[in-house]
Design a protein around this ligand. Structure first.
Ligand code: NAD
Length: 492
């Protein structure tokens, strides 16, 4: 599937609570298509009373539906069926995802939907693999830990990959036996509703997977503060993450997983094999999803002797990108999520240029053939660690370039004072690459590649202000469990 007619897509709105659509006469938020700015639907804003209803419903389902108590293998079977239904629904889910987000429909069909299904399957397989352990005690005692779900997980997701980001939260939470109340971004609220419908169809008991709609200030805040929420898992900006952490501390010292922003460096040494491949990797890591990726490799740090050659190749790749709507065949540069976000990108680039940066390409809006906000892939050189575009997460297709002569200089440039989400090292010298892997302060370091594979085993998460805890991998499954310690005296 590589194109569709946006007028042909019908969306279901409202909240999804207890397996039913729920709406009320609450305040509403208009939802626009990023590709052309057309408002195509609205969602209600859940207030504290609606959050009570959703969380109480989830808690009751957690207690009474049998989800947490059933044989884990049975839970796994239901979740595998859920994954199968998601995969089989790609022809519905992909255009729904593309319509309201920045994901071109071809990518949503070939990657986002199957990846979401596979992630659910991956965590289904964990359901009966980790029950706790027997502890080495003396002969007269039996000590053990028992893994137990938290109850209701409050999950809050961003807009940049609506289905995938939500699945990273809900799949391990459900597999571990929890109920979930998910709040998607108010900009991309619809595709996860279809996910919740499919969960019920697969046999996940009603009330175990709920979706509430609304903004952050009203709905998100009420969700994380609710006393029955056992744990919060959040993906979004560093600023919101800090507010959520404070709210969790104030309302019950709730544990929290935070996947936050980044400003990830890409270190390229002159000996990096096949400079053309490196250029493709660097370009893809900043222009993919128009740079609206937490792991975007936004800071190129390159050995001086190859800097001009490499940036020329990247400019060439950027020039080949095709801006366009998410429903048009061949789009490789999708829109920016909203006009305010595009204006922010534009302003950061302008101020960085005004402070002395050289604009090698881009720096202007692109024509996507529709009234959405499109922004040309941009390269800024002659920048320093203090330049705004080097310091701030731009969340757009903007690459800064800094040069170095020694490995020590490269490492010093790679460290960001605040962020530590990911990094890339491109070099033929494995010793040097491994020294840098050790030295770079980041939650993920890729060597001679950049970006995830479809391998769910590898956890992801940030150092420093890029986050706390991990999504994906075994770690994300364990993070949805709490461990009860038991010690039995065998002599009585
Ligand atoms: P955002 O922080 O503005 O919003 C994220 C979610 O939080 C939305 O659902 C929003 O409604 C909600 N929210 C806002 N204020 C809230 C509050 N006070 N209490 C509770 N919820 C609140 O982020 P965004 O603009 O949607 O997403 C972009 C950001 O997400 C970028 O910084 C990006 O780096 C980050 N991100 C990180 C990862 C990762 O894995 N580390 C992945 C994707 C995106």
């Amino acid at each position: 599937m590589d194109s569709f007619d946006p007028a042909s897509i019908v969306v279901r709105g409202g909240h999804f609570i207890g397996g039913e659509y729920v709406d009320d006469d609450a305040a509403r938020i208009d939802v626009a298509r990023p590709s052309d700015g057309v408002v195509y639907a609205s969602v209600p804003v859940a207030d504290a009373a609606m959050i009570d209803r959703a969380v109480d419903n989830a808690f009751a389902a957690y207690r009474t539906s049998g989800w947490a108590r059933m044989a884990p293998r049975e839970r796994a079977r239901i979740l595998r069926r859920f994954a199968d239904l998601v995969a089989a629904d790609a022809a519905t889910l992909a255009p729904l995802e593309a319509l309201g987000s920045t994901r071109p429909v071809g990518d949503a069909f070939a990657w986002d939907v199957p990846y979401t299904a596979e992630g659910i399957r991956f965590y289904a397989e964990f359901a009966d693999k980790l029950g706790g352990e027997v502890i080495a005690t003396d002969h007269d005692h039996l000590g053990m830990t028992i893994a137990e779900p938290y109850g209701v997980i409050g999950a809050i997701a961003p807009w940049n990959f609506p289905l995938v980001m939500a699945s990273w939260k809900i799949a391990p939470a459900l597999a571990a036996g929890n109920a979930v109340v998910l709040k998607p971004s108010e900009m991309t609220p619809f595709s996860v509703l279809r996910l919740a419908e499919l969960a019920v169809e697969a046999g996940v008991p009603k009330g175990i997977f709920n979706v509430v709609q609304g903004d952050g200030r009203t709905t998100g805040d009420a969700l994380v503060r609710h006393p029955r929420i056992g744990k919060v898992t959040f993906t979004g900006s560093t600023r919101t993450g800090a507010a959520i952490m404070a709210a969790c501390a104030e309302t019950g010292t709730k544990p929290v997983t935070l996947e936050l922003g980044g400003k990830s460096p890409q270190l390229v040494f002159a000996d990096a094999p096949r400079l053309d491949d490196v250029a493709r990797r660097i370009a893809g890591a900043i222009a993919g999803n128009a740079g609206q990726v937490c792991n975007a490799g936004s800071r190129l740090i390159v050995e001086r002797s190859v800097a001009d050659d490499l940036t020329a190749r990247i400019r060439h790749i950027f020039a080949e990108l095709k801006p366009g709507t998410t429903w048009t065949r061949g789009t490789t540069l999708p829109p920016i999520i909203s006009e305010p976000q595009a204006a922010r990108i534009e302003a950061i680039v302008k101020r960085t240029v005004a402070s002395g940066a050289h604009l090698q390409c881009g720096g202007a809006r692109a024509d996507g053939g529709a009234p959405g906000a499109f922004y040309s892939p941009t390269i800024l050189s002659n920048v320093t660690a203090q330049s705004e575009a080097v310091r701030e997460e731009v969340f757009g297709p903007v690459l800064t370039v800094q040069t170095f002569d020694t490995e020590e200089e490269a490492l010093a440039l790679a460290q960001h004072p605040d962020y530590g989400l990911a990094a890339g090292v491109h070099s033929a010298d494995i010793g040097r690459a491994l020294r840098l892997v050790r030295g770079i302060e980041a939650g993920t370091v890729w060597v001679n590649r950049y970006g995830r594979t479809s391998d769910f085993m590898i956890p992801t998460g940030g150092y420093k202000r890029s986050g706390i805890g991990k999504d994906l991998g075994r770690q994300a499954y364990e993070a949805n469990l709490r461990f009860k310690s038991v010690l039995i005296d065998l002599r009585s």
